[in-house]
Write a protein that binds this ligand. Sequence first.
Ligand SMILES: Nc1nc2c(ncn2[C@@H]2O[C@H](COP(=O)(O)OP(=O)(O)OP(=O)(O)O)[C@@H](O)[C@H]2O)c(=O)[nH]1
Ligand SMILES: [Mg+2]
Length: 528
Amino acid sequence: MSTEARVKLKLTKKNKFKLSTSKNSVRTKDAEKSMDKPFPRGKGSRGNFRKNVRTKGIQSGEERVGRDFDEREKLRADYNGRKKRVYAREETGQNRKSYNGTTTSKKVKEEVVAKIRVRSRWVSSKSDNANSEAKNSSTKVKAKEENVNLPNAKQRTKAKEACKKESVMTDGNGTGLMKKQREQKSDFIKDKNQNVAFPSSSTKKKSRVKAGLDDDVEMTNDQPKKKKRVIRIDPHDISNKRLDDGIVTSGTTKDKKKESEEKLEMSKNAQFRAIQPSPSILSFVENNLLGRRRSIEIKRAGYNIDLSAPLDNIPFSTSSERERVEENIFRNKLEFFAAAKVSSSFPPPSLPEIAFAGRSNVGKSSLLNALTRQWGVVRTSDKPGLTQSINFFNLGSKLCLVDLPGYGFAYAKEEVKEAWEELVKEYVSTRVGLKRVCLLIDTKWGMKPRDHELIELMESYQTKYQIVLTKTDVVFPIDVARRAMQIEESLKENKSVVQPTMMVSSKSGAGIRCLRTVLTKIARFAKL
Ligand SMILES: Nc1nc2c(ncn2[C@@H]2O[C@H](COP(=O)(O)OP(=O)(O)OP(=O)(O)O)[C@@H](O)[C@H]2O)c(=O)[nH]1
Ligand SMILES: [Mg+2]
């Protein structure tokens, strides 16, 4: 290359250099304008600031060199300290990478301070990932820095102070910074609690909806939530206690009563099971097939199970044989002839009377039908209280059978039941011609207090009575024997009682013939 050509090339290079520097000078002026406000306020200002930093960081190396040169030139020309600081900030904020340490010592100091300020932000953002609490605090500090949406001027100044404190903390240690931030946070919360009233629920919602939400506001929202979680229980308030804590004493006493009753009942049952029946009673039960029996057992004994009350029929008997064996009196027709609800309505005594007394539903009317084998003459029902008057039946011209109303539980008014009881008592105590009272006792339940009452009355009026256990087909044979034994033992001292205790079942017919034999003897020897 010739010398002329070399000179031309140098000139063109110089021209190009001048052009590039002039462009950079324009840009730096714009930057200068923006850097007049190093921490811009308001929406988007921070974003623009970052944008500037980013765009300037992408600049080519040639441009960067040119701009550096231009700035150096300006520094030399301008001795205003403020402008220098602005340029230093611009340098550190925009072209950190292009900085090579060739500037003046003042500029270096300012750059270092600015750089650390930026680093402190990075460190805080890094510590966010490590600790969520630190994250919240760092964002709050940022918010303070930006000073956006703070409720009043006092808080703004507080935030500024916090920001200044943070800028002093330039040691780059994350933990130390976190501690400081926590302190700041707690201070700030205290200050808020003292000065700022809690926002209402509507304001809470609004604050959540807003995109540019301030974390400080959220922090205040969290405070009442924590308070809500506190559950205060009044120890003297009964409603707080559970039912099984022993407050309701009436329930426990009731339970205790029930338990004691159950124990008594259990002890009664145990006592009943401990009864040893006499051999005579046991043999009677077995001979008459009393108690609950299987139909095959009755069949094997020779009874026709197709008949009602089969055990009242003689095995393999013909009609002639039965007429011979059975009592003549009970072959007669049963006829109803009088009913009395009051003592004045009693018919005049014409025949020896045998009465059937007992609790309601014990089987009085059924027994009358079973004895006479005339089903349907006396009305029966499974509903207690059917017989409500004293009903008189003639059995031929020899005997009068009397069906008494029951006592105890019945579907009737209390006054009516009391009237029945009084009528029965009057009848058994005053009736002339009454030769025997068959006191019917349910084999399953035994004697009840009202039965004892009637016994006492009959004892006092020397009315002869005989205990007849009914419904023996519903309990085991051994229990029939035990019940008979129990009653006999309990009435051992009584004078008007006629032994032995009779045991019957109107359903199976067990023991009916024996009772019939006993009653026939009464009719045979009785005199008015
Ligand atoms: N299993 C069984 N049931 C019987 C026996 N005797 C009577 N019953 C039933 O017991 C219920 C009451 O019988 P009733 O003869 O009406 O008794 P009641 O003593 O006259 O009753 P009231 O007239 O109300 O006092 C009826 O449903 C009968 O079928 C028996 O020996 N065995
Ligand atoms: Mg009856």
